[in-house]
Design a protein around this ligand. Sequence first.
Ligand code: SAM
Length: 179
Amino acid sequence: MEQLLQTLPREAEMMRTVWVCERPFTTPAFYGTYPHGFLSKALALFDGVKDILHCPSGSVTGPGTTVDLIRDENRKPQILASADALPFENDSFDLWLADPPYEDKDAARYGTPPFPLGGMMLEAFRIVRPGGYFGMLHLYCPNYNYDHWNLIGQVAVYTGIQNYVRLFSIFQSRKGEAK
Ligand SMILES: C[S@@+](CC[C@H](N)C(=O)[O-])C[C@H]1O[C@@H](n2cnc3c(N)ncnc32)[C@H](O)[C@@H]1O
């Protein structure tokens, strides 16, 4: 209850909205591609950010740096690495966008082990600059460390009838904040 009370004022200030990202009636070349128009809407929120990381990037090619665990005909990341152990210095990016496998069965479909969601959140805190952003598309808002992040936005992403609505959660790093 105490935790809930601490959360309420933050939630009252956060951006909450819905994006309609209905896909035209074509089958995407890659299973799990971002919803139609999602990436441009997401990037438009972060006008002015310089260094952007897409991880896991899947079929995304930029703008910015792309990292995925697999390289094949649809996935062509610049860097092959796992989201929880990235070959970047601390404070390397202004924005990290993540679209991981949502469940173990999805990971199996991508040919990857179960996704290290908690490890990715820690890695994001390490490599995102103070005041920078981490945005993740998933089925739910992930549990997160309140000392590391402020949850500043939640966008419900609607992609059409008979499809699950997903959630784009946006966090801002609290690194360097006076305690
Ligand atoms: C939902 S797809 C991303 C799709 C992407 N948004 C797009 O538009 O194409 C999930 C991706 O996670 C990658 N992946 C799975 N485990 C990973 C890990 N530990 N580190 C980095 N990438 C991983 C998979 O290879 C797959 O490309």
